[in-house]
Design a protein around this ligand. Sequence first.
Ligand code: C2E
Ligand code: CA
Ligand code: CA
Length: 683
Amino acid sequence: MSRRPERPSLARWSLFSVTWHLSVWGGWALVVAAAFLVQPDIGVMPVSFWVIAALVLLGELRPVRTAGSFDPQGVVTSTAFVFAIMYLWGLWPAILLQAGATVVSETAQRKEHWKLFFNVGQYCLSILAAWLVMAAAGLPEGLHGTTPARELVGTDLFWLVPTWLVWYLVNNALVSGVSGDEGVSFRAAFVEDFWYYIFTTAAVCALSPLVVLAAEASAWYIPLLLVPMFAVHKTARISLDEQHKALHDSLTGLPNRKLLLRQLETTVARPGHEPFALALLDLDRFKEVNDTLGHHVGDQLLELVARRITGALRPDDVVARLGGDEFAIFLPGVEHGADAVEIAQRVRGALEEPFHLEDVLLELEASIGITLSPQHGDDVEQLMRGADVAMYLAKELHADLEVYDPTRDHNSTDRLGLLAALRRAIDNDELELHYQPIVDLQGDETPRVEALVRWNHPQRGFIPPDEFIPLAETSGLMHRLTAFVIDTALGQVAEWRRMGLVTEVAVNVSARDLHGSELARTVSEALAKHRLPAALLKLELTERTLTADHSRVLDTLEALEAMDVSLSLDDFGTGFSSMFMLKRLPVSELKVDRSFVTSLTTVEGDLSIVRTIIDLAHSLGMTAVAEGVETKDVWDALRSLGCDTAQGWFVSRPMAAEQATAWLFANVGDGRPLHLVRDAGIA
Ligand code: C2E
Ligand code: CA
Ligand code: CA
């Protein structure tokens, strides 16, 4: 696995090393000097000095952590007390206390030694800078260093405020100076931190003259300042907890989608950002576990899965739970597909070991889709979509894992523009439905219709469904499109019903729709909205949709069947349904693919294929529909083969709603038996 070595520029490197040496050597020289200079006075320091000193230590040990902060260090309240010491007794005691408190607290936090060295130096230099302002204002030895000792007056604010500002700027500059090893420019780090800490720092600094005033009144008043400090502390803590909740998954404790997206956005926002891989992982049979063993076992399983995934990764990698059984893995520093695949395989391997839960051994499989940045782009949404496309492909091919391949993605290059247009089209009513009749071949039952979507693009004109349906399928737009079609089709059926025409409508659903739980909800909501019985809706699905993920698709189909929605297997004969699947599926109709039907009477062999399919349907207790009926010969042949219903240009082309209404009236109403019309060859 390779992390791309970061190559900071020479200038950046020099700045880093100057900052580093300055802080460590300069800062520590100050500390040593302070130790010698303060020593003789230490015994004669008043009580208020010791009270403030104790609070310096306390402040260091309990830093205020602000919401939004990724910096575990936070802002330390001790700064207020260190300033007070400096104002009262000058530079050296302040340096000594600051250094002592930092060493104690960072040792307690087990910080690395080099960080500790740097931090002590950085704080001491910042105090020196603030002291220079105070010295320039004529108080080099502090308020108590003058004879007689001075008290704080209103005009002192003129130099107090600048001490804070200078302290903040120097401190920030030193920290930003060494942030170069993380690939961030000095300027960017400086500006970001400046705004980030400004309010908490201002709050802490503004307290420092109050410490002085309290100390002048009586040492007893100083600890009272802990009360507002504690309040700041508590509020910060609460907001931090809130933020943690908003950005993490409550079940597994992993980052959630929002936090992951935020981290990805920050990464790609850096100019010439480091490469990374993004993997989406979806458990293949999780739903089965949930349904058969109950949600609490499902939850336990997810927790274990989360732990195993995390365990298979490096400490810097980020695992997020996106919802349900979907996880995302952010792999910073991974540049090549092969490296990402290696890691993904390790994750899959970790999940392969059976899970022992409630006395059952559970085996899980996962499909993983991977995208790489910058190779596949810098746009987070596009990267997430790419990983999703790859994962979906992995599922379909039973391939465990797939790296995104733009050449296999229908949406790459110019198609992305079309995708955006499609999203708008769904919102702006540019899509409309046409209806094609399906009529009874044997008796004269009322015709029904199949709803077929049409896209009228304002510039490009009519775009056939075969071009934009695959686009919607790989983009997450599919369920919105399907929801639109179901709603519109049922709205039309309701309108026909008000006119006295009771017509069933068939709607095409894609593989994507059957994958989630949305379809069943969409259907029941639309039926309720239009006050229609489920028997008036049929859903057409293709054999291809069944190969992807059986258990989930079956779940959806069973939910639909329970609602009384009937199902039809479209394009039958072109896929690979097993007899086993056919028997198990709650399907009530087979739709013979039009490639066999159109040439039924002309191409040898097609007749026997069609006959076999019709017989198969009947022996399974289903009905058979022939689509693509273009001529009277084919119509007659199908009739004698015992096919139940027919659809095709011979009967009618798909028609816009208004024409379809007229057609239905002409062929259902006023006592004209439909088969007579058809036998006369009226199209
Ligand atoms: P499909 O479900 O097999 O739909 C039948 C297609 O055959 C329609 O093409 C229809 O216009 C065409 N057709 C009807 N009669 C004849 C005929 O006699 N001869 C010939 N050669 N063709 C005939 P269309 O409307 O272009 O739709 C193409 C495919 O797009 C559909 O195939 C379906 O898979 C998909 N599709 C259409 N509307 C939707 C939709 O709302 N949702 C989804 N998921 N897919 C849709
Ligand atoms: Ca269809
Ligand atoms: Ca078809």
